[in-house]
Design a protein around this ligand. Sequence first.
Ligand SMILES: C[S@@+](CC[C@H](N)C(=O)[O-])C[C@H]1O[C@@H](n2cnc3c(N)ncnc32)[C@H](O)[C@@H]1O
Length: 291
Amino acid sequence: MTLQRPEDQGDARRKRIVDYYDSCEIDYRTNWHLDECLAMHIGHWDETTKTLAEALVRQNEVMRIKGKITAADLVLDAGCGVGGSSIYLAGSSGCKVVGITLSHKQARSARRLAEEREVHGLTAFQVMDFSSTGFADESFDVVWALESSCYAPCKKTFIREAFRILKKGGRLLVADGFEIKASYTPFERRIFDLWVKKWAVDALESLSVFRDHLHETGFVNIDYEDITENVTPSSRRLFGLAIIAWPLAQLAEVMGKRSKIQNDNLLGAFFQYLVLKFNLGNYGIFYAEKN
Ligand SMILES: C[S@@+](CC[C@H](N)C(=O)[O-])C[C@H]1O[C@@H](n2cnc3c(N)ncnc32)[C@H](O)[C@@H]1O
């Protein structure tokens, strides 16, 4: 038996995440307006939104307002995807943004898209792990993690790194899914896993444990807003898309036109809705400040 060293496990995990995103970008392009909205997040629906495209942009707006982001801020977009939030923030607030992702492909796309949308003077994109960034202490005014902290194998390590690189008075914004039950039956755990693992996430953090980590790390003015209702329309839409696409996607896999990772992405899209529907988890935004 050969034992895997921790650093190799980390490499394997990072590779799984990159493989998932690089392979499934086509699904985000086909079903989630990727070229138009540049968003790899779920979308926030409220009285101001009528379409998915509007909900995807609205999610950036809701977080920008919550984080009180202005032109004076330097923001770290931790887990930036193809740079959508970075480009949105630079364009709407005039702030400077550094976006980091594990995927070289995403970083290249983000640079190109920032240039096309004429915010390249305010943005920079790098391949870097948000749990161990290499940025100097107290570099950023805001750390923004939109559906990315879930990928951290240890959420506390991610939170500590965010705390270290934030300036005093800096703000952390985290939008993500969380576990909410004290314990899960094996059946409920299976449903959860069939969602998160198919999307290359090891496990979601419990909401109360995440809050405790923020306290223990030294964050203050911690606030959590449950926006499960606002994301449910997108969640339901994903569920419907997965059901409709499944038979053809299976055929495409047999014909070598779609990969297992891509079809697992559809399975994840099916099960994520069941997690919300049966109240196994919720979705919300954490806001916290560094004193
Ligand atoms: C669901 S996507 C969200 C992308 C973006 N925030 C958005 O809203 O469009 C998750 C992103 O987190 C990134 N990610 C996952 N683990 C990471 C890590 N350890 N360091 C940096 N980025 C990471 C992935 O590469 C991907 O870009």
